[in-house]
Design a protein around this ligand. Structure first.
Ligand code: TXA
Ligand code: MG
Length: 344
């Protein structure tokens, strides 16, 4: 693997001025790379939606510098939110809170809440400190086309957007350490619904409970919408099937018998296939490498990507959530591919 040098302070200052001018900047965070714009500039936010091909009513997360004033961005802040910020910021936790009246509709997708997080990646922190003297917010969804796999390197961002003239800069920051998107906890309806986990991530429900004394619940029908909670998301273009080790070996045999090309993402030994990536046995290491692996296995022209299902334990919640979404819509793909030639 090659490591590009991290963005210099001069690059970061230039990017901060571009954001102040209403342009888009892609930035590294510890979770995934984001496509950023001034959170107080509705036209700049509209440009993010256009570049991503994302529906207008999907809210974006506002990223703020360490020590930022939560009261500026949100209102009715429960003490639990301040405790979580204290415990996990800067870091991979997004909180949904009631939005302050001056936050543009474009940021919240028209909802009365706003998602806010303080990232820990040093380049993101320096950008947020340089932008509007550290008092601004950078609205940033993951820097991928809508529904596609999130980028964990600057090269992934360039592969997604090519030389899209709407993006003034792609800041280098190496490979994102966490590798999957931030944990999202909704605290906007705490009094009536308690804390709700909208998206699992590196920060676990148990870690949240240890700080606020309550385990976040599952989203109900009235929970705020999150595009990360759409069934089909984080998906490569090649169909993905999730299988345990024995079923995977069997599927490889059937697919090979039908002349299919198979890519595999696995943890333990597998038969020889067209392309394969082996991922670590621990959940943090696996998450770190997952999106790069999905992208790599999308490349070599395989008919299907088989993924050896990781353990179903709590520590794998974030990883299993992303894998399930990547595989959504591919039900029956193995029978279809294996059957088509056999039956022909
Ligand atoms: O790790 C991350 O969170 C990355 C990095 C760049 O910070 N960002 C990210 O953004 O994953 P995005 O837009 O790809 O996913 C943000 C999720 C979406 O599912 C969105 O619907 C949800 O957060 N979200 C944002 N604001 C919300 C709100 N006010 N209410 C409910 N969901 C919200
Ligand atoms: Mg995303």
């Amino acid at each position: 693997m090659t490591y590009a040098p991290e963005a210099s302070q001069a690059d970061i200052e230039r990017a901060a001025r571009a954001l102040e001018d209403g342009l888009l900047v892609a930035l590294p965070t510890e979770t995934v790379y984001g496509l950023g714009a001034d959170a107080e500039n509705p036209a700049a936010i509209a440009a993010i939606y256009a570049a991503k091909g994302r529906p207008q009513d999907h809210p974006v997360i506002v990223h703020v510098a360490p020590g930022a004033d939560l009261d500026y961005w949100t209102c009715d802040i429960p003490p639990e939110a301040r405790r979580l910020a204290e415990a996990f910021w800067p870091g991979p936790l997004t909180m949904i809170l009631k939005r302050a009246p001056h936050i543009p509709d474009a940021v919240s997708g028209g909802q009365d809440t706003v998602g806010i997080r303080c990232p820990s990646h040093p380049v993101a922190v320096r950008l947020l400190q340089a932008f509007k003297g550290g008092r601004g917010g950078v609205a940033a969804p993951s820097a991928n086309k809508f529904g596609h796999v999130s980028p964990t390197t600057a090269a992934h961002v360039r592969a997604e957007f090519g030389d899209d003239a709407r993006i003034a800069a792609v800041l280098e920051g190496g490979q994102s350490e966490v590798g999957i998107e931030s944990t999202i906890v909704d605290l906007s309806r705490l009094a009536t619904h308690g804390p709700v986990l909208l998206r699992p991530g590196h920060i676990s429900p148990e870690q949240i409970a240890a700080v606020i004394g309550r385990l976040p619940g599952r989203p109900d029908a009235a929970a705020p919408r999150a595009s990360g909670t759409l069934e089909s998301h984080y998906a490569p273009r090649t169909p993905v099937a999730l299988l345990d080790g024995i079923a995977l070996a069997h599927a490889v045999q059937r697919l090979h018998a039908s002349g299919r090309r198979v890519a595999v993402i696995h943890q333990r030994a597998i038969p020889a296939v067209h392309a394969a990536v082996q991922l670590p046995l621990d959940p943090a290491g696996y998450a770190h490498a997952l999106y790069a692996a999905l992208r790599a296995m999308d490349e070599p022209g395989a008919d299907v990507i088989l993924v050896e299902a990781p353990p179903q334990e709590d520590a794998w919640l974030g990883v299993n959530d992303r894998l399930r979404r990547a595989a959504h819509g591919s039900a029956g793909v193995i029978d279809r591919l294996a059957g088509a030639t056999l039956g022909a």
